[in-house]
Design a protein around this ligand. Structure first.
Ligand SMILES: [Zn+2]
Length: 561
C-alpha cells in the first residue's frame, strides 16, 4: 500500500531533491558543522600563521572531524521520520548557540546548560533582545531547508547496511583526522580548554545531556547521613537572642567596589559604617548554580565535587538542627537546594509600588521580610537575603531612578548595542544600589538592637565580565575564568556590643581581612560565629578562629529540629 502512495505522490515532488536518510544526514550536518561554527574556526585558526602548509593541513582536517563528530552523535537518532526534525533542531540550536557565544562570549559547557535549565521566565525574558530575535528568525528560516528534500524510503535491511557504512566511514574519517591533527589540536586545547564547547550543536547536546545526567545521578544517590550539630555558647554568653543576616549578593564583582579601591565612589554609604571589608575574596564558582551550593557547603572550592556538595546538607540545615531558626528570603530565582525544606519566602512577586514593577522587585523588598521575621523571632535566628543585585544583562533595571548617577548608562538589555562605558555606568549604578540596600539593612538591624544581638555578612556569589577580552556576563569554566568573574566583595558587620557578646575581636578580624579569603570560609566561619559544633567544621577555615578568646560551653539541645 505504501508503495502505491509513494508512486502517486511522486509527480508532485519531482523538483525536490530526493536523498536517502544517511545522505541527507551527512549533507545536512556537513552544512551545519561547517557553516555554524565560525567562533570555533576563528579560535582554532586565528593564532596560526595562515601562510604555513601545516595550517592548511590543520584547516582541512578540522572540518572532517567536525562533520564526523556530528554524524556519529546524531546518526543513532536519524530515521526517515526523524532526520528532518533532527536537522531543523540542529540548525536552530546552532544559530542560537552561535548568537550567545558571539554576543556574550559565554561557554556552553554543562554548568552553563544547568544555568539555562534553572533560569525562570523572568530571567529568560531579559535575553529577548533584537539580536536574539534576529538569530531565532534566521535559525527558523534555515531550519526549513531540510524540508525541501524528499527522504527516499528504504527497506530496513538496506537502511541498516547504509547506516553501518555511514557510521563506519564517519568513525574512520574522524579518528584518522584526529590522529593526524592530534599534535596541533592538543596544544590548542591546552591553551584553551573551553574550545571544544565552541563546537556547535555538539556543545548544546553534550552539555545538556551531562547536566541532565548529573541531576539524575544526584536524584538517584542517597543523601549523605545527617551530621549531628550542637549549639554551644561562649562563656559569659549573649543575654539576647541573635539575629544574624547573611546577604548573598548577585553578580557583584570586587573590582567595582570602592571599598576595594575602585576609583569611583560606588560604596558611599558603606564607607561611613564600621564594617570589616575583606580585600581579597575568591568565589567558589562563576555562576549562581555553582557558587550558591558551594558556599553553603563544608567542601568549598578546595574540595570541590558538585555531586558531593549536592548530596550533603547545607550550612543552613546544620544551623536549623542545632536549634537556630532559619529563614531564606528570596528576591531572585531560588536557593538552588541550599534551603530545601526550610522556611523560604519568595518576595520577588510582592506588590509594593515603590519597589516593584510588573515582574521584579528591588532588593529592599526584603527589608519588609526582615521586619516581619524580626517581629516574630523569639530565639536565635539566621535570615538569608538572596539579592537580585547586579543580575545582568539588564543592569539598568537593578536600581531606582535616583541612583542613575553614572551616566550615560546602558538602558538596553542588548549589551552589544551599548558602549563599554555605558555598560559599566549601568553596572556601577546597580552597585550603588547594593551599597544602599546593605546600609539600610544594617540600619534596620541597628534599630533592633534592644531586642537582639545583631550581625551581618555580605558576600557576592560570583563576579561579572563587562567586556574585558570580549567577555560579558559570567559562567566561564572556573579554571579559565577571568579574575573579574571570580573576585567578589565580602564584608562583616556587628552591632554595638554584639561582637563582644559573640566573642569576636574586631581589630583582630580587621587584620584577618587584609589577607586572602574565599567562599570556602563562609560555612566554617558561620558555624564558628554561632558556636555550632559539627564534624564537618574545620577551624582552619574559620575566619574568626584566631580572633576569639573565650571557651565554649554546652547549651541544652532544643526540642525542635
Ligand atoms: Zn549569580
Amino acid at each position: 500500500m505504501s508503495v502505491v502512495i509513494e508512486s502517486l505522490e511522486r509527480p508532485t515532488r519531482l523538483k525536490r531533491p530526493t536523498l536517502s536518510v544517511d545522505s541527507l544526514l551527512v549533507v545536512g550536518f556537513a552544512l551545519v558543522a561547517l557553516g555554524a561554527n565560525l567562533p570555533f574556526w576563528h579560535a582554532a585558526l586565528a593564532p596560526r600563521d595562515l601562510g604555513q602548509p601545516s595550517t592548511w593541513r590543520f584547516a582541512l582536517l578540522l572540518p572532517v572531524m567536525l562533520v564526523a563528530l556530528h554524524v556519529l552523535l546524531f546518526a543513532p537518532f536519524a530515521t526517515r521520520r526523524t532526520v528532518r526534525p533532527l536537522l531543523s533542531f540542529a540548525v536552530i540550536a546552532s544559530t542560537l548557540a552561535g548568537y550567545f557565544i558571539h554576543a556574550y562570549g559565554v561557554v556552553l559547557d554543562p554548568t552553563m546548560l544547568r544555568n539555562v535549565l534553572d533560569t525562570d521566565a523572568r530571567e529568560a525574558s531579559e535575553f529577548l533582545t533584537p539580536g536574539f530575535a534576529a538569530a531565532l528568525g534566521l535559525g527558523v528560516a534555515l531550519a526549513a531547508l531540510p524540508w525541501l528534500a524528499c527522504v527516499k524510503p528504504q527497506a530496513w535491511r538496506r537502511a541498516l547496511l547504509m547506516r553501518s557504512v555511514t557510521l563506519g566511514v564517519a568513525l574512520l574519517a574522524g579518528t584518522g583526522a584526529l590522529l593526524l591533527a592530534f599534535q596541533d589540536l592538543g596544544s590548542l586545547m591546552r591553551n584553551d580548554r573551553s574550545l571544544r564547547y565552541l563546537i556547535t550543536p555538539a556543545n548544546v547536546v553534550w552539555s545538556l545531556g551531562a547536566a541532565l545526567a548529573g541531576d539524575a545521578h544526584v536524584a538517584a544517590a542517597a543523601s549523605d547521613p545527617v551530621e549531628p550539630a550542637m549549639r554551644m555558647r561562649t562563656a559569659g554568653g549573649a543575654s539576647k537572642p541573635l539575629l544574624f543576616v547573611m546577604v548573598v549578593g548577585e553578580t557583584a564583582r570586587a573590582a567595582n567596589f570602592s571599598l576595594n579601591g575602585y576609583a569611583r565612589k560606588t560604596n558611599p554609604e558603606l564607607e561611613r559604617l564600621d564594617i570589616v571589608y575583606f580585600k581579597d575574596v575568591a568565589a567558589c564558582g562563576t555562576s549562581t548554580e555553582v557558587s550558591l551550593p558551594c558556599m553553603f557547603s563544608p567542601y568549598g572550592r578546595t574540595e570541590y565535587d558538585e555531586q558531593r556538595i549536592r548530596r550533603h546538607e547545607s550550612l543552613l540545615h546544620l544551623l536549623a538542627r542545632a536549634g537556630v531558626d532559619v529563614v531564606w528570603l528570596d528576591n531572585q530565582s531560588g536557593c538552588k537546594g541550599v534551603c530545601r525544606g526550610l522556611d523560604t519566602r519568595d518576595l520577588s512577586h510582592e506588590k509594593l509600588p515603590a519597589l516593584c514593577s510588573e515582574d521584579r522587585c528591588l532588593d529592599e523588598v526584603m527589608l519588609h521580610g526582615l521586619a516581619d521575621v524580626a517581629a516574630r523571632a523569639q530565639r536565635d535566628t539566621v535570615v538569608v537575603m538572596h539579592q537580585l543585585g547586579n543580575h545582568g544583562p539588564a543592569y539598568f533595571r537593578r536600581y531606582p531612578p535616583d541612583l542613575r548617577r553614572f551616566v550615560p548608562a546602558c538602558e538596553s538589555q542588548d549589551l552589544r548595542s551599548c558602549s563599554r562605558e555605558e555598560i559599566v555606568n549601568a553596572y556601577d549604578n546597580a552597585i550603588l544600589y547594593t551599597d544602599r540596600f546593605l546600609a539600610r539593612t544594617i540600619s534596620a538591624l541597628g534599630a533592633l538592637e534592644s531586642r537582639f544581638e545583631v550581625a551581618l555578612v555580605y558576600v557576592s556569589d560570583h563576579g561579572e565580565s563587562l567586556g574585558e577580552n570580549g567577555l560579558y556576563l559570567h559562567g566561564v569554566p572556573y579554571l579559565i575564568a577571568p579574575r573579574e568573574q571570580k573576585e567578589v566583595p565580602m564584608l562583616w558587620w556587628f552591632g554595638e556590643g554584639s561582637a563582644r557578646a559573640l566573642d569576636v575581636d574586631l581589630p583582630c578580624l580587621q587584620g584577618r581581612a587584609q589577607v586572602a579569603a574565599s567562599h570556602d570560609n563562609l560555612f566554617h566561619s558561620t558555624l564558628g560565629l554561632l558556636s555550632v559544633t559539627t564534624p564537618s567544621y574545620k577551624a582552619a577555615r574559620d575566619l574568626f578562629g584566631g580572633c576569639r578568646g573565650g571557651a565554649l560551653v554546652s547549651l541544652p539541645q532544643p526540642a525542635r529540629h
